[in-house]
Design a protein around this ligand. Structure first.
Ligand SMILES: Cn1cc(C(=O)NCCN2CCCC2)ccc1=O
Length: 115
């Protein structure tokens, strides 16, 4: 039995699931609004209302830097991308529809890989 939060093998398995899902999110046709942080210069008001901005590039860097302790921390940041989007954008807007599409895709794949 390991002493740390999760065994190194479990941690490795956790991170593999995250790499698989993140790759699929980045490759998805509806990922375009989420690939990079919202541009503070173009949309300053975004940062006045969205308290915790998040995007796939930031998640990729955190994953690469070993800053996710477990797969649930990765899932939490992924869900933050979608909740920010649905908070800021109308459902029927192009970005709002992309947010719904990507959220549904994420939750389906997350449940499949965690069954
Ligand atoms: C997630 N999200 C993104 C934006 C946005 O403008 N992203 C830039 C999208 N562009 C497409 C091609 C280059 C960049 C606005 C509101 C929002 O909630």
């Amino acid at each position: 039995p390991s002493t740390n939060h999760i065994t190194s093998r479990k941690r490795k398995e956790d991170l593999e699931v995250c790499h698989v899902i993140l790759g699929e999110l980045e490759a998805h046709r509806d990922s375009w609004p989420f690939l990079e942080p919202v541009d503070r210069a173009k949309l300053p008001e975004y940062f006045r209302v969205v308290k915790k901005p998040m995007d796939f590039q930031t998640i990729r860097c955190k994953l690469r830097d070993g800053r996710y302790s477990c797969r649930e921390a990765f899932a939490s940041d992924s869900r933050l991308v979608f909740s920010n989007c649905l908070f800021y954008n109308e459902d029927q807007s192009k970005i709002g529809m992309a947010g719904h599409s990507m959220k549904n895709f994420f939750e389906k794949r997350w449940s499949e890989l965690n069954r």
